[in-house]
Design a protein around this ligand. Structure first.
Ligand code: PEP
Ligand code: MN
Length: 274
C-alpha cells in the first residue's frame, strides 16, 4: 500500500516531524485547539454574546463568516467589511484570535489585515487562483476539504499554498457528499488518521457542517478527538432557531461548553493510551 502521492512534496510527511501553526498564543497541532462561533456574523450584539460564551467555555479561537458561500443567491450573503469590524471588536473584548472565510482573490489582501486565520471553504478548495493568493500571505490558512474531494486532491490544494511560500496551513475535514441524506454530509473521520500518515500538517474537524444536525455534533466531536484530530471548529449561536445561516447545526454556548469539557476528557484519555 502506497502512503505517498507523487506530486505532494512540501505537504508530505517526511520522518516524524509535525508542523504546528502559531496563532497568537495558540499553537495548533499541539494539544487540542477548539474554535467556536457563529456560521455568520449577524450583528455586534449577537457576536459579542457568542464570543463571550465560547471564550468562557474554553474556546481558543473565534470563528465568524462575513462572506458566505450560499447555495442560493437570495440567501443571506454576510455583512462583509461591517462584519469584519464587528469581529475586530469581539477580538478586542475577548482576546480571541479570529477566523473568517474569503471567497474572492480580490479580497484576500485587505481581509487578511483584519483576521488572524484566513479560511478557504469547501467550495473553493480547488479555486487555484485563491489558493495561490493566500499562499503569498504570511498568515495561517484554514483549508477545508472539498465535499467531492479525495485526500490526494485535498493535499494537492495544500501544496498550492505551501509552494507559494506560506508554511502555515491547517487542514479541516468537514464531511463529504454521499448518498446519505439524513446527515448534511458524511463526516469522514478515517481522513484524520489517514492524513496523519500522509502529511505533517495539523488536522482539525468540523462536525457542524459534517453532520448538519445539532444533536449529532457532540458525539461526532468526541469521535473526532478520539480519531486523533488536533482541533475542532464548531458553529455556536445564542439563538439557534433565529440564526441567519445554518440554524439546524447551531448549538448554544451552554451545549458548546459541555462539548468542550467532554472533548478535553477524551483527549486526556487518548494521551494516556499506549
Ligand atoms: C463555514 O465554515 O461556514 C462553511 C461555509 O464551511 P464549508 O466551506 O465547509 O461548507
Ligand atoms: Mn456554516
Amino acid at each position: 500500500m502506497n502512503n505517498t502521492y507523487r506530486n505532494v512534496k512540501l505537504a508530505s510527511l517526511m520522518g516524524s516531524e509535525r508542523t504546528t501553526v502559531r496563532v497568537g498564543d495558540v499553537e495548533i497541532g499541539r494539544g487540542l485547539t477548539v474554535i467556536g462561533g457563529p456560521c455568520s456574523v449577524e450583528s455586534e450584539e449577537q457576536l459579542l454574546e457568542i464570543a463571550t460564551g465560547v471564550k468562557k467555555a474554553g474556546a481558543e479561537l473565534l470563528r465568524g463568516g462575513v462572506f458566505k458561500p450560499r447555495t442560493s443567491p437570495y440567501s443571506f450573503q454576510g455583512l462583509g467589511l461591517k462584519g469584519l469590524k464587528i469581529m475586530e471588536k469581539a477580538k478586542e473584548a475577548t482576546g480571541l484570535p479570529i477566523v473568517s472565510e474569503v471567497l474572492d482573490t480580490r479580497d484576500v489582501r485587505w481581509v487578511s489585515d483584519y483576521v488572524d486565520v484566513i479560511q478557504i471553504g469547501a467550495r473553493n478548495m480547488q479555486n487555484f487562483s485563491l489558493l495561490k493568493e493566500v499562499g503569498k500571505l504570511r498568515k495561517p490558512v484554514l483549508l477545508k476539504r472539498g465535499m467531492q474531494s479525495t485526500l490526494e486532491e485535498f493535499l494537492n490544494s495544500a501544496e498550492y499554498i505551501l509552494k507559494e511560500g506560506n508554511p502555515d496551513v491547517i487542514l479541516c475535514e468537514r464531511g463529504i457528499r454521499t448518498f446519505e441524506t439524513y446527515t448534511r454530509n458524511t463526516l469522514d473521520l478515517s481522513a484524520v488518521p489517514a492524513l496523519k500518515e500522509l502529511t505533517h500538517l495539523p488536522v482539525i474537524v468540523d462536525p457542524s457542517h459534517g453532520t448538519g444536525r445539532a444533536s449529532l455534533i457532540e458525539p461526532m466531536s468526541l469521535a473526532s478527538v478520539a480519531s486523533g484530530a488536533d482541533g475542532l471548529i464548531i458553529e455556536v449561536h445564542n439563538d439557534p432557531p433565529r440564526a441567519l445561516s445554518d440554524k439546524d447545526q447551531a448549538i448554544t454556548p451552554e451545549q458548546f461548553s459541555k462539548l468542550v469539557k467532554n472533548s478535553r476528557v477524551v483527549r486526556s484519555a487518548l494521551e494516556g493510551l499506549t
